[in-house]
Design a protein around this ligand. Structure first.
Ligand code: PBG
Ligand code: ZN
Length: 323
């Protein structure tokens, strides 16, 4: 049946009708808020390139965790910025490291809140790369060893989920083995499986002080034009024991997300990254677009493409207007 008997505008006429036939919804349950932990006491410093985002000291993170729960969000993902960095990223697997203390503080303040820890070395290395560097090359296997130790120390601190973001080959398997042999069989692995070498990480690197001192990350993060390769990355991570697979960034890679939705049965996450967030806020600041509407549209698109979970710096703002 076609026009004039079929009129698709009929179901768009009123807000109630639109509500009734809406296919996709973003709920608080889908949202994960990234948090940055820094040394010190009483610190709550704004990140200049990310309006509304702060770097908190560990004591402040306990309060922030309460606010996160008050907004009805299920989870946070933690990034640590240590005072001291070295070539091997010693701070990453330090039992008393910044993320380990932040994790313990959040779990003590809000035991029900799911704490996800980012597993990588770039915030802890003096060269800013995600692994161990020799002759200006990031070496895979020695990096994997350090990452596995890092994941175990985060689990020991109380992390519910560990999320490797380094893109070394074989790290998911090594982390699964290390967790299991240390009694952390129940700790979940959320793998940044398809993580691209993207221009959209700029503001995050300001916040995390993790810009590489030389070169770039193209020899380990994925080449943006490749989609089939992303499916290979995800399949391998699944075989190695990943529980949840992530695509990152989100909006420029919705095709990858949609293909992954078709190919895999596991929960999928997407990271609406710092640059995606900053671009919307910057345009909104100039009055060039409606920031709230643009953010909602971005997040529902990510959901529609197939994400179960969305990591977003706007999680609290979005939750606040979901009522
Ligand atoms: C660290 C890491 C990065 C992000 C998450 N984990 C930065 C990078 O790979 O350079 C980016 C997050 C964002 O931009 O919001 N490996
Ligand atoms: Zn890294």
């Amino acid at each position: 049946m076609s026009f004039p008997r079929t009129r698709l505008r009929r179901l768009r006429r009123t807000a109630s009708l639109r509500r009734m036939v809406r296919e996709t919804r973003v709920s608080r349950d889908d949202l994960v808020l990234p948090l940055f932990a820094v040394e010190g006491r009483g610190v709550r410093e704004p990140v200049p390139s990310m309006p509304g985002v702060y770097r908190h000291s560990v004591d402040q993170l306990a309060d922030e965790a309460k606010r996160v729960r008050d907004h009805g969000l299920p989870a946070v993902i933690l990034f640590g910025i240590p005072d001291a960095k070295d070539a091997r990223g010693s701070g990453a697997d330090d039992a008393n490291g910044i993320v380990q203390r932040a994790t313990a503080a959040i779990k003590a303040a809000e035991p029900e809140l799911c704490v996800i820890t980012d597993v990588c070395l770039c915030e802890y290395t003096d060269h800013g790369h995600c692994g161990i560097v020799e002759a200006e090359q990031v070496r895979n296997d020695p990096s994997v060893e350090r990452l596995a130790l890092t994941a175990v120390s985060q689990a020991r601190a109380g992390a519910d989920v560990v999320a490797p973001s380094d893109m070394m080959d074989g790290r998911v398997g090594a982390i699964r083995t290390a967790l299991d042999s240390n009694g952390f069989e129940e700790v979940v692995i959320l793998s940044y499986a398809a993580k691209y070498a993207s221009a959209y990480y700029g503001p995050f690197r300001d916040a995390a002080e993790s810009t590489p001192a030389f070169g770039d990350r193209r020899a380990y993060q994925m080449d943006p034009p490749n989609q089939r390769e992303a499916l290979r990355e995800m399949r391998l991570d699944l075989e190695e024991g990943a529980d949840i697979l992530m695509v990152k960034p989100a909006l420029p890679y919705l095709d990858v997300l949609a293909e992954a939705r078709r190919a895999f049965e596991v929960p999928l996450a997407a990271y609406h990254v710092s640059g995606e967030y900053a671009a919307i806020l910057a345009a909104a600041e100039r009055g060039w677009l409606d920031g709230e509407r643009a953010m909602d549209e971005a997040l529902v698109a990510i959901k529609r493409a197939g994400a179960d979970l969305i990591l977003t710096y706007a999680a609290k703002d979005v939750a606040a207007r979901l009522d």
